[in-house]
Design a binder for this molecule. Structure first.
Ligand code: ATP
Ligand code: MG
Ligand code: MG
Length: 377
Protein backbone atom coordinates (compact mmCIF):
# COMPACT_ATOMS: atom_id res chain seq x y z
CA UNK A 1 0.00 0.00 0.00
CA UNK A 2 1.28 3.45 -1.01
CA UNK A 3 0.48 6.25 1.45
CA UNK A 4 0.10 9.74 -0.04
CA UNK A 5 0.08 12.93 2.04
CA UNK A 6 -2.15 15.40 0.24
CA UNK A 7 -5.17 14.50 -1.89
CA UNK A 8 -5.07 16.84 -4.90
CA UNK A 9 -4.81 15.97 -8.59
CA UNK A 10 -1.18 14.85 -8.18
CA UNK A 11 -2.27 12.20 -5.65
CA UNK A 12 -5.10 11.23 -7.98
CA UNK A 13 -2.69 10.71 -10.91
CA UNK A 14 -0.24 8.84 -8.64
CA UNK A 15 -3.01 6.48 -7.48
CA UNK A 16 -4.10 5.88 -11.09
CA UNK A 17 -0.50 5.07 -12.11
CA UNK A 18 0.00 2.77 -9.12
CA UNK A 19 -2.99 0.52 -9.90
CA UNK A 20 -1.51 -1.39 -12.90
CA UNK A 21 1.61 -2.10 -10.81
CA UNK A 22 -0.66 -3.88 -8.34
CA UNK A 23 -0.18 -1.09 -5.80
CA UNK A 24 -3.13 0.39 -3.92
CA UNK A 25 -3.05 3.94 -2.57
CA UNK A 26 -4.32 5.41 0.69
CA UNK A 27 -4.54 9.20 0.78
CA UNK A 28 -4.60 11.71 3.66
CA UNK A 29 -6.02 15.19 3.27
CA UNK A 30 -7.67 17.69 5.59
CA UNK A 31 -10.56 18.23 3.15
CA UNK A 32 -13.26 15.56 2.81
CA UNK A 33 -13.81 16.50 -0.86
CA UNK A 34 -10.10 16.17 -1.87
CA UNK A 35 -10.17 15.04 -5.51
CA UNK A 36 -7.90 11.99 -5.04
CA UNK A 37 -10.76 10.60 -2.93
CA UNK A 38 -12.53 9.85 -6.22
CA UNK A 39 -10.03 7.08 -7.03
CA UNK A 40 -8.54 6.00 -3.67
CA UNK A 41 -9.69 5.69 -0.06
CA UNK A 42 -9.24 8.97 1.79
CA UNK A 43 -8.36 9.56 5.45
CA UNK A 44 -9.52 13.01 6.54
CA UNK A 45 -7.05 14.42 9.09
CA UNK A 46 -5.07 17.57 9.85
CA UNK A 47 -1.26 17.53 9.50
CA UNK A 48 -0.91 17.67 13.29
CA UNK A 49 -3.48 14.94 14.05
CA UNK A 50 -0.69 12.53 14.99
CA UNK A 51 -3.04 9.80 16.24
CA UNK A 52 -4.81 9.59 12.88
CA UNK A 53 -1.50 9.87 10.99
CA UNK A 54 0.05 7.01 12.98
CA UNK A 55 -2.94 4.83 12.20
CA UNK A 56 -2.49 5.73 8.53
CA UNK A 57 1.24 4.90 8.72
CA UNK A 58 0.46 1.46 10.16
CA UNK A 59 -1.57 0.60 7.04
CA UNK A 60 0.98 1.54 4.36
CA UNK A 61 4.40 0.27 3.20
CA UNK A 62 5.77 3.63 2.15
CA UNK A 63 4.67 7.27 2.44
CA UNK A 64 5.10 9.97 -0.21
CA UNK A 65 3.76 13.47 -0.93
CA UNK A 66 1.31 15.18 -3.25
CA UNK A 67 1.78 18.37 -1.23
CA UNK A 68 5.24 19.73 -0.40
CA UNK A 69 4.13 21.89 2.50
CA UNK A 70 3.31 19.07 4.90
CA UNK A 71 5.00 20.29 8.11
CA UNK A 72 8.56 18.92 8.43
CA UNK A 73 7.72 17.76 11.96
CA UNK A 74 4.86 15.59 10.63
CA UNK A 75 7.14 14.04 7.98
CA UNK A 76 9.78 13.31 10.64
CA UNK A 77 7.28 11.67 12.98
CA UNK A 78 5.97 9.46 10.19
CA UNK A 79 9.53 8.54 9.20
CA UNK A 80 9.97 6.95 12.63
CA UNK A 81 7.12 4.53 11.81
CA UNK A 82 7.43 3.85 8.08
CA UNK A 83 9.67 4.57 5.06
CA UNK A 84 9.09 8.16 3.83
CA UNK A 85 10.30 9.24 0.36
CA UNK A 86 11.57 11.81 -0.38
CA UNK A 87 13.16 11.91 3.08
CA UNK A 88 12.08 14.71 5.47
CA UNK A 89 15.48 16.43 5.12
CA UNK A 90 15.10 16.80 1.34
CA UNK A 91 11.55 18.04 1.85
CA UNK A 92 12.74 20.64 4.37
CA UNK A 93 15.28 22.12 1.92
CA UNK A 94 12.73 22.33 -0.89
CA UNK A 95 10.19 24.01 1.44
CA UNK A 96 12.46 27.00 2.03
CA UNK A 97 13.41 29.23 -0.90
CA UNK A 98 16.49 30.46 0.95
CA UNK A 99 17.86 26.97 1.74
CA UNK A 100 16.97 25.83 -1.77
CA UNK A 101 18.78 28.66 -3.57
CA UNK A 102 21.78 28.30 -1.26
CA UNK A 103 21.97 24.59 -2.17
CA UNK A 104 21.65 25.42 -5.89
CA UNK A 105 24.73 27.63 -5.64
CA UNK A 106 26.65 24.98 -3.73
CA UNK A 107 25.84 22.56 -6.56
CA UNK A 108 27.17 24.98 -9.20
CA UNK A 109 23.77 26.22 -10.40
CA UNK A 110 23.62 30.00 -10.65
CA UNK A 111 20.50 31.76 -9.30
CA UNK A 112 19.01 35.23 -9.57
CA UNK A 113 20.63 37.56 -6.97
CA UNK A 114 18.78 37.10 -3.68
CA UNK A 115 18.82 38.19 -0.03
CA UNK A 116 16.89 37.08 3.05
CA UNK A 117 14.44 39.69 4.38
CA UNK A 118 13.13 39.50 7.95
CA UNK A 119 12.48 43.16 8.74
CA UNK A 120 11.53 46.37 6.93
CA UNK A 121 15.16 47.55 7.28
CA UNK A 122 16.35 44.28 5.67
CA UNK A 123 14.12 45.05 2.68
CA UNK A 124 15.83 48.41 2.08
CA UNK A 125 19.23 46.81 2.40
CA UNK A 126 18.28 43.94 0.08
CA UNK A 127 16.90 46.38 -2.51
CA UNK A 128 20.14 48.36 -2.38
CA UNK A 129 22.07 45.15 -3.15
CA UNK A 130 19.70 43.30 -5.49
CA UNK A 131 18.29 46.39 -7.25
CA UNK A 132 14.95 46.78 -9.06
CA UNK A 133 12.96 45.27 -10.65
CA UNK A 134 12.76 42.55 -8.04
CA UNK A 135 10.33 40.05 -6.52
CA UNK A 136 9.65 39.73 -2.81
CA UNK A 137 8.51 36.18 -1.95
CA UNK A 138 7.58 34.32 1.21
CA UNK A 139 10.31 31.75 1.89
CA UNK A 140 7.69 29.10 2.69
CA UNK A 141 4.22 27.98 1.65
CA UNK A 142 3.95 29.89 -1.66
CA UNK A 143 2.60 28.17 -4.78
CA UNK A 144 1.04 29.25 -8.10
CA UNK A 145 2.63 32.68 -7.63
CA UNK A 146 0.88 33.26 -4.27
CA UNK A 147 2.86 35.05 -1.55
CA UNK A 148 4.79 37.18 -4.06
CA UNK A 149 5.03 40.90 -4.76
CA UNK A 150 6.73 42.36 -7.84
CA UNK A 151 8.62 45.62 -7.25
CA UNK A 152 9.05 47.65 -10.40
CA UNK A 153 11.09 50.38 -8.72
CA UNK A 154 12.84 51.01 -5.41
CA UNK A 155 9.92 53.12 -4.14
CA UNK A 156 7.59 50.08 -4.34
CA UNK A 157 9.17 48.93 -1.05
CA UNK A 158 6.34 50.29 1.13
CA UNK A 159 3.66 48.60 -1.00
CA UNK A 160 5.60 45.31 -0.95
CA UNK A 161 5.98 45.46 2.81
CA UNK A 162 2.29 46.35 3.29
CA UNK A 163 1.39 43.16 1.39
CA UNK A 164 3.93 40.66 2.72
CA UNK A 165 5.49 42.24 5.82
CA UNK A 166 3.00 40.54 8.14
CA UNK A 167 4.29 37.14 6.97
CA UNK A 168 7.96 37.98 7.60
CA UNK A 169 7.93 36.79 11.21
CA UNK A 170 6.20 33.45 10.58
CA UNK A 171 7.68 32.37 7.24
CA UNK A 172 10.59 34.68 6.45
CA UNK A 173 10.87 36.52 3.12
CA UNK A 174 13.37 36.57 0.28
CA UNK A 175 14.04 39.33 -2.24
CA UNK A 176 15.11 38.11 -5.69
CA UNK A 177 16.27 40.06 -8.71
CA UNK A 178 13.67 39.94 -11.49
CA UNK A 179 15.19 37.99 -14.39
CA UNK A 180 14.16 39.11 -17.89
CA UNK A 181 14.57 35.52 -19.08
CA UNK A 182 14.47 34.27 -22.67
CA UNK A 183 12.67 31.06 -21.77
CA UNK A 184 11.51 29.07 -18.78
CA UNK A 185 12.39 25.39 -18.66
CA UNK A 186 11.96 22.58 -16.19
CA UNK A 187 13.72 19.29 -15.84
CA UNK A 188 11.71 16.44 -14.35
CA UNK A 189 14.03 13.90 -12.77
CA UNK A 190 13.69 10.65 -10.86
CA UNK A 191 16.08 8.84 -8.54
CA UNK A 192 15.50 5.32 -7.28
CA UNK A 193 16.22 3.89 -3.84
CA UNK A 194 19.38 2.33 -5.31
CA UNK A 195 20.58 5.65 -6.77
CA UNK A 196 19.50 4.94 -10.37
CA UNK A 197 18.88 8.35 -11.95
CA UNK A 198 16.94 9.45 -15.04
CA UNK A 199 15.52 12.68 -16.49
CA UNK A 200 12.79 13.30 -19.03
CA UNK A 201 13.60 15.64 -21.93
CA UNK A 202 13.51 19.31 -20.87
CA UNK A 203 10.09 21.00 -20.88
CA UNK A 204 9.46 24.63 -21.87
CA UNK A 205 6.86 26.43 -19.74
CA UNK A 206 4.71 29.56 -19.96
CA UNK A 207 3.00 31.12 -16.95
CA UNK A 208 -0.01 33.45 -16.78
CA UNK A 209 -0.29 35.55 -13.59
CA UNK A 210 2.25 33.26 -11.89
CA UNK A 211 0.34 30.06 -12.77
CA UNK A 212 1.60 27.52 -15.31
CA UNK A 213 -0.62 27.70 -18.38
CA UNK A 214 1.28 25.79 -21.08
CA UNK A 215 4.12 23.25 -21.33
CA UNK A 216 5.85 22.05 -24.49
CA UNK A 217 8.09 18.98 -24.50
CA UNK A 218 10.72 18.20 -25.52
CA UNK A 219 11.58 21.93 -25.44
CA UNK A 220 12.76 22.92 -28.95
CA UNK A 221 16.47 23.67 -29.55
CA UNK A 222 17.78 22.62 -26.16
CA UNK A 223 20.63 20.35 -27.25
CA UNK A 224 23.17 22.60 -25.59
CA UNK A 225 21.23 22.74 -22.30
CA UNK A 226 19.88 19.21 -21.80
CA UNK A 227 23.14 17.69 -20.64
CA UNK A 228 23.93 20.55 -18.26
CA UNK A 229 20.39 20.49 -16.77
CA UNK A 230 20.57 16.72 -16.28
CA UNK A 231 23.96 17.01 -14.60
CA UNK A 232 22.71 19.73 -12.23
CA UNK A 233 19.58 17.75 -11.33
CA UNK A 234 21.72 14.70 -10.65
CA UNK A 235 24.11 16.63 -8.39
CA UNK A 236 21.16 18.05 -6.42
CA UNK A 237 19.50 14.64 -6.09
CA UNK A 238 22.71 13.05 -4.85
CA UNK A 239 23.38 15.86 -2.38
CA UNK A 240 19.88 15.37 -0.91
CA UNK A 241 19.98 11.57 -1.21
CA UNK A 242 16.67 12.14 -2.95
CA UNK A 243 14.27 9.28 -3.76
CA UNK A 244 11.36 9.82 -6.15
CA UNK A 245 10.46 12.37 -8.81
CA UNK A 246 11.27 16.07 -8.50
CA UNK A 247 11.18 19.11 -10.76
CA UNK A 248 13.88 21.72 -11.12
CA UNK A 249 12.53 25.01 -12.52
CA UNK A 250 15.04 26.97 -14.59
CA UNK A 251 15.29 30.31 -16.35
CA UNK A 252 17.39 30.68 -19.51
CA UNK A 253 19.13 34.06 -19.61
CA UNK A 254 21.82 34.82 -22.23
CA UNK A 255 21.78 31.11 -23.03
CA UNK A 256 22.72 30.18 -19.44
CA UNK A 257 20.68 28.29 -16.86
CA UNK A 258 19.57 29.96 -13.61
CA UNK A 259 17.81 27.99 -10.84
CA UNK A 260 14.36 29.24 -9.75
CA UNK A 261 13.05 26.53 -7.42
CA UNK A 262 12.69 22.79 -6.99
CA UNK A 263 9.47 20.91 -6.30
CA UNK A 264 10.03 17.75 -4.22
CA UNK A 265 7.26 15.80 -5.96
CA UNK A 266 5.69 15.05 -9.31
CA UNK A 267 5.13 18.36 -11.10
CA UNK A 268 2.56 20.07 -13.29
CA UNK A 269 5.14 20.62 -16.05
CA UNK A 270 5.57 16.81 -16.20
CA UNK A 271 1.90 15.97 -16.85
CA UNK A 272 2.69 15.56 -20.55
CA UNK A 273 4.65 12.40 -19.68
CA UNK A 274 1.37 10.48 -19.09
CA UNK A 275 0.72 10.19 -22.82
CA UNK A 276 3.93 11.68 -24.24
CA UNK A 277 6.69 9.54 -22.69
CA UNK A 278 7.42 5.81 -22.51
CA UNK A 279 7.00 5.96 -18.72
CA UNK A 280 5.10 8.77 -16.97
CA UNK A 281 6.46 10.77 -14.03
CA UNK A 282 3.66 9.26 -11.90
CA UNK A 283 4.55 5.66 -12.71
CA UNK A 284 8.26 6.28 -12.18
CA UNK A 285 7.61 8.01 -8.86
CA UNK A 286 5.65 4.98 -7.65
CA UNK A 287 8.40 2.68 -8.94
CA UNK A 288 11.12 4.77 -7.26
CA UNK A 289 9.56 5.00 -3.79
CA UNK A 290 8.74 1.27 -3.81
CA UNK A 291 12.28 0.33 -4.86
CA UNK A 292 11.22 -1.05 -8.26
CA UNK A 293 13.33 -0.61 -11.42
CA UNK A 294 12.72 2.72 -13.21
CA UNK A 295 11.09 2.91 -16.65
CA UNK A 296 12.36 4.54 -19.84
CA UNK A 297 11.85 8.34 -19.77
CA UNK A 298 12.16 8.96 -23.54
CA UNK A 299 9.54 11.11 -25.27
CA UNK A 300 7.34 9.41 -27.88
CA UNK A 301 7.19 12.61 -29.97
CA UNK A 302 6.11 16.17 -29.16
CA UNK A 303 3.59 17.04 -26.44
CA UNK A 304 1.81 20.26 -25.51
CA UNK A 305 -0.03 20.46 -22.19
CA UNK A 306 -2.69 23.09 -21.45
CA UNK A 307 -3.78 23.80 -17.89
CA UNK A 308 -7.44 24.55 -17.32
CA UNK A 309 -7.49 27.27 -14.68
CA UNK A 310 -10.69 28.40 -12.92
CA UNK A 311 -13.09 26.31 -14.97
CA UNK A 312 -13.08 23.64 -17.68
CA UNK A 313 -13.69 24.59 -21.31
CA UNK A 314 -15.83 22.43 -23.61
CA UNK A 315 -14.18 19.00 -23.82
CA UNK A 316 -15.53 18.11 -27.27
CA UNK A 317 -12.82 19.74 -29.46
CA UNK A 318 -10.10 17.92 -27.53
CA UNK A 319 -11.99 14.62 -27.54
CA UNK A 320 -12.48 14.93 -31.32
CA UNK A 321 -8.81 15.70 -32.03
CA UNK A 322 -6.18 13.09 -32.93
CA UNK A 323 -3.92 12.00 -30.04
CA UNK A 324 -5.34 14.60 -27.66
CA UNK A 325 -6.13 13.71 -24.06
CA UNK A 326 -8.56 15.18 -21.54
CA UNK A 327 -8.05 15.31 -17.77
CA UNK A 328 -10.89 16.52 -15.55
CA UNK A 329 -9.78 16.60 -11.90
CA UNK A 330 -13.39 16.62 -10.65
CA UNK A 331 -12.80 19.83 -8.68
CA UNK A 332 -15.30 22.63 -8.18
CA UNK A 333 -14.58 25.67 -10.37
CA UNK A 334 -12.86 28.59 -8.58
CA UNK A 335 -10.85 31.53 -9.88
CA UNK A 336 -7.14 30.68 -10.19
CA UNK A 337 -7.67 26.98 -9.34
CA UNK A 338 -6.22 24.22 -11.53
CA UNK A 339 -9.29 22.13 -12.45
CA UNK A 340 -7.92 20.03 -15.31
CA UNK A 341 -5.54 19.84 -18.24
CA UNK A 342 -5.32 18.55 -21.78
CA UNK A 343 -2.31 17.07 -23.56
CA UNK A 344 -1.92 17.12 -27.32
CA UNK A 345 0.68 14.77 -28.80
CA UNK A 346 2.11 14.74 -32.34
CA UNK A 347 4.98 13.02 -34.14
CA UNK A 348 6.51 16.31 -35.43
CA UNK A 349 6.19 20.11 -35.20
CA UNK A 350 4.24 20.43 -38.43
CA UNK A 351 1.46 18.17 -37.22
CA UNK A 352 1.60 19.67 -33.73
CA UNK A 353 1.02 23.18 -35.09
CA UNK A 354 -1.87 21.83 -37.16
CA UNK A 355 -3.48 20.07 -34.19
CA UNK A 356 -3.00 23.03 -31.85
CA UNK A 357 -4.49 25.36 -34.45
CA UNK A 358 -7.62 23.22 -34.70
CA UNK A 359 -8.12 22.85 -30.98
CA UNK A 360 -7.25 26.41 -29.95
CA UNK A 361 -9.69 27.78 -32.52
CA UNK A 362 -12.47 25.48 -31.37
CA UNK A 363 -11.87 26.42 -27.74
CA UNK A 364 -11.52 30.11 -28.55
CA UNK A 365 -8.35 30.16 -26.49
CA UNK A 366 -5.91 31.14 -29.24
CA UNK A 367 -3.76 33.14 -26.82
CA UNK A 368 -3.03 30.05 -24.76
CA UNK A 369 -1.71 28.02 -27.71
CA UNK A 370 0.13 30.91 -29.36
CA UNK A 371 3.49 30.69 -27.59
CA UNK A 372 3.89 26.99 -28.42
CA UNK A 373 2.98 27.61 -32.05
CA UNK A 374 5.49 30.48 -32.27
CA UNK A 375 8.19 28.28 -30.75
CA UNK A 376 7.54 25.43 -33.21
CA UNK A 377 7.12 27.43 -36.43
P1 ATP B 1 4.87 27.05 -8.40
O1 ATP B 1 3.39 26.93 -8.65
O2 ATP B 1 5.71 26.79 -9.63
O3 ATP B 1 5.36 26.33 -7.18
P2 ATP B 1 5.60 29.46 -6.97
O4 ATP B 1 4.47 30.16 -6.31
O5 ATP B 1 6.52 28.65 -6.11
O6 ATP B 1 5.06 28.62 -8.19
P3 ATP B 1 7.74 30.70 -8.52
O7 ATP B 1 8.06 29.48 -9.29
O8 ATP B 1 8.77 31.27 -7.64
O9 ATP B 1 6.38 30.60 -7.68
O10 ATP B 1 7.27 31.87 -9.51
C1 ATP B 1 6.18 31.69 -10.41
C2 ATP B 1 6.57 32.26 -11.75
O11 ATP B 1 6.86 33.66 -11.64
C3 ATP B 1 7.84 31.66 -12.32
O12 ATP B 1 7.62 30.43 -12.96
C4 ATP B 1 8.29 32.77 -13.27
O13 ATP B 1 7.50 32.78 -14.44
C5 ATP B 1 7.96 34.02 -12.46
N1 ATP B 1 9.14 34.36 -11.63
C6 ATP B 1 9.40 33.93 -10.37
N2 ATP B 1 10.57 34.43 -9.91
C7 ATP B 1 11.08 35.19 -10.90
C8 ATP B 1 12.26 35.98 -11.06
N3 ATP B 1 13.16 36.10 -10.07
N4 ATP B 1 12.44 36.62 -12.24
C9 ATP B 1 11.52 36.54 -13.23
N5 ATP B 1 10.38 35.83 -13.14
C10 ATP B 1 10.15 35.15 -12.01
MG1 MG C 1 6.89 26.65 -5.99
MG1 MG D 1 7.56 27.61 -9.58
Amino acid sequence: MLGILGGGQLARMLALAAAPLGVKALVVDNAADACAGQVAPLVVADWTDYAALEQFAAQVDVVTFDFENVPAETAQRLAQKVAVFPAPRALAVAQDRLAEKTLFRECGLRTPEFMAVDTRADLDQALATVGAPAILKTRRLGYDGKGQFRLRALDDADAAWATLGSQAAAHGLILEAFVPFERELSVIAVRGRDGEFRTWPLTQNWHTDGVLSLSLAPAPDIDALQERATQLARTLAERLDYVGVFALELFVKDGELLGNEMAPRVHNSGHWTIEGALTSQFENHVRAVLGLPLGDTSARGLSAMFNWIGELPDAAPVLHAVDAHWHDYGKLPRAGRKVGHATVCAPDSLRMVERLGGIAHALNRDQQADPAVRELE
